[in-house]
Ligand binder design. Structure first.
Ligand code: COI
Length: 348
């Protein structure tokens, strides 16, 4: 791998107390091009604009997928990733669905390690902050023929971040628009999945919600995801999340929470959740918690949900599962707790 270090660092010009998610990027970025049927030698170069043709196919046909990961720095200066194998495997599953060639594992890990070593001073250390790592790959062929591109570019960029959402969230159950449908690309982190959410989410935001709860595309009866998050529901002491499918993203935080919850002895169910159960649970008092989870948000409690012109507030319980699970998860991520699962990956 060729490394061209930045001549000077921008690190000292950044106010780490005033970070907005994904606005500031570190000094370096990773680039690897696919051409002539193969991934070429990767490079790390100073972060900056890239040049593309106006006919570049990702702009026209959306052949683009991404990942979201975080790097954490512990109090001794150790640098860690959380389950990076999961992100590596998922970006290639997403790529396969979008007809993008698989990226080699050794390039992915060499790139991550070298980039984080170079930009380690950019990893924030205050509670809840981390370095968001964004691998992505896009079709980079010039030409507007509607067929898979012949050339691709794989990149990794990094952004120091605080928590994604601050405070509790109000979410609206969406019954008209769909995020994903059976046979579609909902399980992939396809760029276009996110674009398609912006309009319905914007409508919900006008009604003072922060996000929508996506329901199944055919009947809009079962809960699928919310915004950029997987969702957990607690009915009495049962913790439930929807099974992954071709319309639900196989979230790394989701599967980590499932494991931690089982090991804490909680009653965990992976099964379809009807919106009707939420409404009934609200009436009976069985509905104790609903929370979203994801790499960017970690675990984010919902303070209420809107459904068919009614609003159902959810009062945070004193024995919050979300809080307990978050403490363990974050403890493993930041190396303040034992990691019985071997999920932490040491970079430095
Ligand atoms: C993540 O949690 O990493 C996501 O994919 C959310 C992102 C769209 C901000």
């Amino acid at each position: 791998m060729k490394i061209t270090p930045a001549k000077t660092s921008r690190r000292d010009q950044i106010d780490f107390d005033q970070l907005t998610f994904g606005q500031i990027f570190t000094d370096h970025m990773f680039i690897c091009d696919f051409k002539d049927g193969a991934w070429q030698t990767p490079e790390i170069v100073p972060y900056g604009p890239i040049s593309i043709a106006p006919s570049m196919s990702a702009l026209h046909y959306g052949q683009a997928v991404f990942e979201g990961m975080k790097a954490y720095k512990d109090t001794a200066g150790g640098v860690w990733l959380f389950r990076p194998d999961e992100n590596f495997n998922r970006i290639n599953r997403s790529s396969e669905r979008l007809s993008i060639p698989a990226f080699p594992k050794e390039y992915f890990f060499e790139g991550l390690n070298a980039l984080l070593k170079l930009d380690q001073n950019w990893i924030p250390t205050d509670a809840g902050s981390s370095l968001y790592v964004r691998p992505f790959v896009f079709a980079n062929t010039a030409g507007i023929q509607a067929s898979p591109a012949k050339e691709y570019r794989f990149m990794i960029i990094c952004s120091p971040v605080k928590a994604y959402y601050s405070g509790a969230m109000r979410v609206k159950v969406e019954e008209k628009f769909s995020r994903a449908a059976p046979g579609g690309v909902g399980y992939a982190k396809a760029a276009g999945n996110y674009a398609a959410q912006f309009y319905p989410t914007g409508l919900a935001q006008k009604e003072d919600y922060q996000q929508v709860i996506w329901t199944d595309a055919s009947a809009h009866q079962n809960l699928e995801e919310s915004g950029t998050m997987n969702v957990f529901v607690r009915l009495n002491d049962e913790l439930i999340t929807a099974p992954t499918s071709d319309s639900i993203l196989d979230g790394v935080t989701r599967k980590s929470i499932l494991q931690i919850a089982k090991d804490k002895g909680l009653a965990v169910s992976v099964r379809p959740i009807a919106i009707a159960e939420l409404v009934e649970g609200h009436a009976s008092g069985a509905l104790k918690e609903v929370f979203g989870c994801g790499t960017a948000v970690v675990i984010s409690p919902f303070e209420g949900f809107g459904f068919q012109n009614n609003y159902y507030p959810i009062e945070a319980p004193t024995d919050s599962f979300a809080q307990m699970l978050k403490e363990t998860l974050v403890g493993i991520q930041y190396n303040t707790l034992e990691d019985p699962y071997n999920w932490r990956y040491k970079v430095l």
